[in-house]
Design a protein around this ligand. Structure first.
Ligand code: FES
Length: 141
């Protein structure tokens, strides 16, 4: 069987399905959000893969309290490690704490044929290939 194409239209590979255990650790990847490099994460919750930017609605900082650990101890909610905002894994909506009405920013993902893929949109773009990325700054004298 041929591999599924990896393009923005066909979806970009996040991980194999088996990498996401039910209410387990997330898988993260980098993308551009409104031109800035950000991290996104995917989780499996109630059998469905959900994905959001790894960015709290209170202060734009990453949520995970251990690497790839997004859920609270009850495995019921996404918890921000900084000030404890609580989000619904199903919708990304703020449930409690300093997250307000904004909630998490969703990333469109699908799961098919054992693969999880994300789909860029006007605000969420893939990182440019390394050869097109800005060259490193020369060392200062
Ligand atoms: S930074 Fe997440 S609740 Fe404050």
């Amino acid at each position: 069987m041929a591999d599924a194409p990896n393009s923005p239209e066909a979806g970009l590979l996040v991980c194999r399905s088996e990498a996401l255990a039910e209410r387990g650790l997330g898988v993260q990847w980098d993308l551009l959000y409104c031109g800035r490099e950000e991290r996104a994460f995917a989780l499996r919750f109630d059998g469905r893969v959900v994905a959001y930017l790894n960015r709290c609605a209170h202060v734009p900082t990453e949520l995970d309290w251990q690497p790839n650990e997004f859920l609270d101890s009850s495995r019921e909610h996404i918890l921000c490690a900084v000030h404890g905002a609580v989000y619904s894994p199903r919708t990304g909506a703020c449930v409690m704490g300093r997250c307000g009405r904004a909630g998490l920013i969703p990333v469109t993902v699908t799961e098919d044929a054992g693969e999880v893929r994300w789909y860029p949109n006007a605000h969420q773009r893939p990182l440019p290939p390394p050869e097109l990325a800005d060259p490193p700054e020369p060392p200062s004298p």
